[in-house]
Design a binder for this molecule. Structure first.
Ligand code: SIN
Length: 306
């Protein structure tokens, strides 16, 4: 069997199939449906300093080959994350990456400081600078190079754990934001968060999303994700965790060829919470068929014409 392990910063993961923030709850919801110990890592739902109710409904709608969400960072807040979830993670045989969101640099720092102040086995942080669904913070950081670099640098001071910046595709040049993350000291970037979209009911003439716009995810955005990952791969030296519309091992291989060293399965979890495990098995079969000993030789190996 091929070696599926990958290294990001100083952390080694047993395989490159992670589940994406916001699509797998806090990783504790469906023990009977999925053996999470087989997953490379769980990225937990965005956590802010205080609990949030999120946006009013409707906040999810299915679209052709995808869905639009505008959840608005609904979450339990960092205190509950620490008291209720960290003890569960201690006994789970799966690496946990905590996703943090904030409306100011201080909020991101405060959340991280609280978690760093207690003992836990989480392996790192994914910093959400790309949520399109909130008025303050969210994507505000991820569209601005200076703010991205400043936030990354500040957070770097407070942790030796993995620091991953989650990038938005809703920018003119994603490579500039990736470079700012690298310059600020990030260990990796994850790309992409959702693509701003809109859905209208032609019968009622109403928007299908309360906030009018939301974030499009699912297979519809896979080509956008591949292009972003490939551009970032050519621009930075730090590893890239690919996200966007993967539903099969073939999709994963495409993301790895484009330059990802690991991937996050997102929207597909809603259809089948066990899909990450299935993709992992298929990936193993693919590598065996191709007589490949390790997955790392495929990273960025796409053959382009120019
Ligand atoms: C949301 O909570 O609105 C989605 C989070 C995100 O897109 O980052």
């Amino acid at each position: 069997m091929a070696d599926l392990s990958i290294k990001i910063g100083h952390t080694t993961f047993k395989n490159p199939i992670f589940v994406a923030s916001g699509t797998f709850g806090y990783g504790t919801d469906n023990p009977e449906l999925v053996d999470v110990s087989n997953i490379g890592a769980i990225v937990t739902k965005s956590i802010t300093l205080n609990p949030r109710e999120g946006n009013p409904p409707p906040r999810i709608v299915e679209t052709p080959s995808g869905m639009i969400n505008s959840i608005g960072l609904a979450n339990i807040g960092v205190e509950k994350y620490i008291s209720e979830l960290l003890p569960i993670y201690e006994v789970m045989d799966t690496p946990i990456i905590m996703n943090i969101a904030g409306s100011s640099i201080t909020e991101y720092i405060d959340v991280m400081k609280k978690v760093e102040a207690v003992s836990s086995n989480i392996v790192g942080y994914e910093i959400n600078i790309s949520c399109p669904n909130v008025k303050e913070g969210g994507m505000e950081f991820g569209v601005d190079c200076e703010m991205t670099e400043k936030l990354t640098r500040e957070l770097r001071n407070f942790t030796d754990r993995l620091l991953i910046m989650k990038l938005s595709p809703n920018v003119t040049d994603i490579t500039a934001i990736a470079k700012s993350s690298e310059n600020g000291g990030a260990d990796a970037v994850s790309a992409i968060n959702t693509v701003v979209g809109m859905s209208i009911d032609h019968k009622t003439k109403k928007s299908n999303i309360y906030t009018t716009y939301g974030g499009l995810s699912g297979p519809a955005i896979k080509p956008v994700g591949l292009a972003c990952v490939h551009k970032v791969f050519n621009a930075v030296k730090i590893p890239i965790i690919g996200i966007g519309g993967m539903v099969s091992s073939h999709d994963v291989i495409e993301y790895i060829l484009a330059g990802s060293c690991a991937v996050q399965i997102g929207t597909a979890n809603y259809r089948d919470p066990g899909i990450a495990e299935k993709i992992l098995n298929d990936l193993n079969d693919y590598l065996d068929e191709q007589n490949l000993n390790s997955i790392t030789s495929l990273i960025g190996a796409v053959k382009t014409y120019v």
